[in-house]
Design a protein around this ligand. Sequence first.
Ligand code: MSP
Length: 506
Amino acid sequence: MSYYLTTPIYYVNGEPHLGHVYTTVAADVLARHMRQRGEDVFFLTGTDEHGEPVAQAAERQGVTPRELADKNAERFRRVAERVNATNDFFIRTSDPEHGAVVAEVVTRLKDNGFVYEGTYEGWYCPRCADFKTDAELLEGDRCAIHLIVLEKEKEDNWFFRLSAFQEKLEQLYAEQPEFVGPPERHNEALAFIKSGLRDFSLSRARISWGVPVPWDPEQVVYVWVDALFNYYSALSYAREGEDLTERYWPASVHLIAKDILKFHAVFWPALLMAAGLELPRRVFSHGYLLMDEHKMSKSLGNVLDPFEVMDVYGTDALRYYLLREVAFGQDGSISPEGFEKRYTTELANEYGNLASRTLAMIGRYRDGRIPQAEPPAELGEAFEGLAESVASCLDRVEVSAALEQIWRRVRALNRFVQDHEPWKLAKQEGTEAELDQILYGVAEGLRVVSVLVLPWMPDTAERLLTALGSEDRSLHCARLGAHRGGTPVSELGQLFPRIEPPVEAA
Ligand code: MSP
């Protein structure tokens, strides 16, 4: 089956920070896991380059929007590479191919009768690229997100008839309660719909950095409409000479954070219905990464530089930490101290030591070959149904719950070794068969948790699987006893070396 997965496309008005990395890594975990299941995966990320957020940032920095976009798009591309994201394409909305698709779909929206000329009068936040109602403003006419003072705007532009989709959207939410997840976000989006949908401006007259409206080139397409259609346009030109739309559309999951829920859960399905296109199966919103209780964001300046963190701890440790510390779907605080703690206790001690200990014992007691035996019943029970439960968590986009399932087994393996003390058995007579079984069981357990944890820590798990002499990476083999013993093990350096000094908050 095809599995098409997207991240939001990030604004190039700033540099990537850990908040962006969080979504990209979570999406990458899903993509890698689905590939292990043999699904036909397409994973898209990229940058959102048009509109006021970028035009104004460029002006402040005294460069052209194009220059700013080129510079920062490159940074987003590099950070995706650096976190080991396996995206199949990196879209930039300034790609001419994307612009052509946007022009074509907005024309279709108009031909289908959902676009009309009107006058917008009201508040607009250029940093959110969003229209605001009186009720949404803070005292002093300020944007509640960016805290900047807004001006009332009046301009003639083209409107999208969102109000025409009131009933259809309510019906969608009733028939497909899974369309938006988790349930809190479903409820939030539904409440927004039920409060009464108002048409919104589909074009902007004041700026020129964008896709020209085909029938009125003095205006550009509203940046959110331009941006949302990236999910559709990318498939038409990601592979030269090939159109992947048939193969992957509609998207399986759009991964976002709750800041952009309204656009994905309300505007997007309405735009697709208006254009006569199929709707995505799922929009899943995770929560915010917080630093000192505040959302990590460029405007607040409380951001961690992902490159710095990875220089110190390595990519896998960062991927693990982000998805372990914060329950996926909820807000959660991260901190250098929290990172340090999990690195030492969970990665270095629980996983790293288990691995080196196991390989050392196989080396010492069994000449470096995993013994042949049946899996110990105790471990068999602990591992029963594990791969299925990880898979079903990830079907529901519960990325941290899936990791918790795996980690419980890492701990079970440690307890098993502790309880059975193979080093004592090795010194006794007549315990060969028992020791064989214990060492085989632990090696198998390590192999299974490593296959399962590959999507979170691809390099580390790969190294360990190689040291265990195991070649299969598919989910089929993530079952205790799926591999027989007899395989020679090889040298494994330290998986998680001691780190000092700790990272400082940027
Ligand atoms: N360009 C729009 C998205 C268009 S999608 C068609 C945009 N860009 S953004 O650069 O502001 O990125 C917002 C996204 O970055 C969030 O939805 C989330 O995925 C990620 N995050 C940014 N800061 C974050 C946190 N502090 N915590 C969690 N996610 C964060 O909005």
